[in-house]
Write a protein that binds this ligand. Structure first.
Ligand code: MN
Length: 238
């Protein structure tokens, strides 16, 4: 190794402070799960596909990303800039402990560390404009604190959920209702398909899509999202 390469392994050699590692707490312990990438799947519940104006039939899945730095744990959700239509999307989050390419459906769950409850907060107006113009979705999807997330629950504790109610309440009123058994693309299928396009890595998260009932939030609202058998998350809009 050259002297300059060696120097780079020394923290003091970075020209700016390196970003902090984003991590999710593991429920019931002091352990942390370091987050690598955040994959999100679109239109993975038929009723949500319909409410967004699309066909409910099983089309090939499509994916987009959030940035790991968008994850917020135990924090309020600040109403973001440049939008007047921010929607909640309650989702099951899958956390991978092993990576790979071309992972088979029957081996896919061996790669899962655990599960969490997350929100895919969306600037729906900006996403809508992007869709219309054939532009990427990042301004609508991947902004600061756009991924509130609860603690990870190890699969070793709860197994791999295939059913369970998924709900989101705003100020005590039910907005979204679905069930994990309505996922169009199941968790093993999502992992297998993603691994055909990407080399999956330990620390990668997958946000698995939202059931119907997505709607706007306002400052002062309190969102409570639940996935039966996994947990719940409470987030205040400020
Ligand atoms: Mn979503």
């Amino acid at each position: 190794m050259s002297e300059s390469a060696l120097k780079k392994t020394n923290q003091e050699s970075y020209v700016i402070a390196p970003p902090a590692i984003v991590a999710l707490p593991v429920e019931g312990s002091d352990d942390l799960f370091p987050v690598n990438r955040v994959f999100c799947i679109g239109r993975n519940y038929a009723a949500h596909a319909v409410e967004m104006g699309h066909d409910p039939d099983k089309e090939p899945p499509f994916f987009f990303f959030k940035s790991p730095s968008n994850i917020a744990v135990g924090e309020d959700f600040p109403y973001p800039s440049k939008t007047s239509d921010v929607h909640h999307e309650i989702e099951l989050v899958v956390a991978l402990e092993k990576g790979g390419t071309n992972i088979s459906v029957d081996k896919a769950l061996d790669h899962v560390y655990g599960y969490a409850v997350g929100l895919d907060m969306t600037r729906r107006d900006l996403q809508g404009e992007a869709k219309k113009m054939g532009r990427p979705w990042e301004v609508g999807k991947s902004f600061e604190k756009s991924a509130p997330c609860g603690p990870l629950v190890p699969a070793a504790k709860i197994g791999h959920p295939t059913e369970g109610e998924v709900t989101l309440d705003v100020n005590g009123e039910r907005r979204q209702t679905g069930d994990l058994n309505q996922l169009i693309w199941k968790i093993p299928e999502m992992i297998a398909i993603l691994s055909e396009y990407f080399e999956l890595q330990p620390g990668d998260l997958i946000m698995t899509g939202t059931p119907s009932g997505v709607n706007a939030i306002s400052k002062g609202d309190t969102m409570v999202g639940k996935v039966a058998g996994v947990g719940e998350i409470t987030v205040k809009v400020v």
